[in-house]
Unconditional design. Structure first.
Length: 250
């Protein structure tokens, strides 16, 4: 049985004051009621130190939103896996569709970032997803399959259980449009099949999250599907009451 994971992706949002308020509310509720799933927040890099200290000794794990493929050196603006580890990051998102679209990240680069995260002992949350045009052209399986395939080609079969996959249809991110549970399940099942071809045993352990306008109103139905093992949450992760409701639904 896979333990569900609910991970917030704060994107380029937050401030010292807002982060304190948000995490204080989340911590106090989880301290009181506990959580029956794993919980993480992936925060902007400048807030890692603040969030590390706010989350110390709590059930909420810390994550980052991106990482360099390089270990160290003359790569202005980049953040290394070693730096993330120093701030007790457990997770790092790689290949978010916003990075693929706005920063031209290729499947190969995302694969390299995944491999680099694994070397450092971080858990990569590997994002895949199709655009609306690709879905309408019937290319969903081919696009998402190729994105995952690039990652699978760059990691050892013995490392498969160490990754998390997030299926995030691009047309559902930040738009209020959500894939129906059946639509999402169909893609998740396809991804699981692909994982099985790499390592049949480990594939059953890999958590495949759904992301794309998940909110309290639709979380329960989505999370009830057999291959949906949690959520990657954007907008709703910025409101404690919504994020907590999704955690409860999981
Ligand atoms: C995301 O950016 O990963 C995401 C799922 O965003 P939202 O929940 O706002 O659609």
């Amino acid at each position: 049985m896979r333990r569900k994971l609910v991970a917030g992706n704060w994107k380029m949002n937050g401030s010292l004051a807002a982060n304190t308020q948000l995490l204080t509310e989340i911590k106090s509720e989880l301290g009181r009621a506990g959580a029956s799933c794993d919980v993480a927040v992936c925060v902007p890099a400048p807030y890692l130190a603040q969030c590390q200290s706010l989350l110390f000794n709590t059930p909420v794990a810390l994550g980052a939103q991106d990482v360099s493929t390089h270990e160290a050196g003359a790569y202005t603006g980049e953040v290394s896996t070693g730096m993330l580890s120093e701030f007790a990051c457990r997770y790092v998102i790689v290949g978010h569709s916003e990075r693929r679209a706005y920063f031209a990240e290729s499947d190969e680069l995302v694969a390299q970032k995944t491999a680099r995260a694994l070397i450092a002992g971080l858990t990569p949350i590997v994002c895949v997803g199709e655009t609306l045009a690709q879905r309408e052209a019937g290319q969903t399986d081919a696009v998402v399959g190729a994105q995952l395939n690039a990652v699978l080609s760059s990691i050892a079969a013995s490392d498969l259980a160490k990754i998390v996959v997030a299926y995030e249809p691009v047309w559902a991110i930040g738009t209020g449009k959500t894939a129906t549970p059946e639509m999402a399940q169909e893609v998740h099942a396809m991804l699981r099949k692909q994982l099985r071809a790499k390592n049949a045993v480990a594939a059953e352990e890999v958590r495949i999250l759904y992301g794309g306008s998940m909110k309290p109103e639709n979380a329960k139905e989505l999370l009830a599907m057999s291959d949906i093992d949690g959520g990657l949450i954007g907008g709703a992760a910025l409101k404690a009451v919504d994020f907590l409701a999704i955690i409860r639904a999981a």
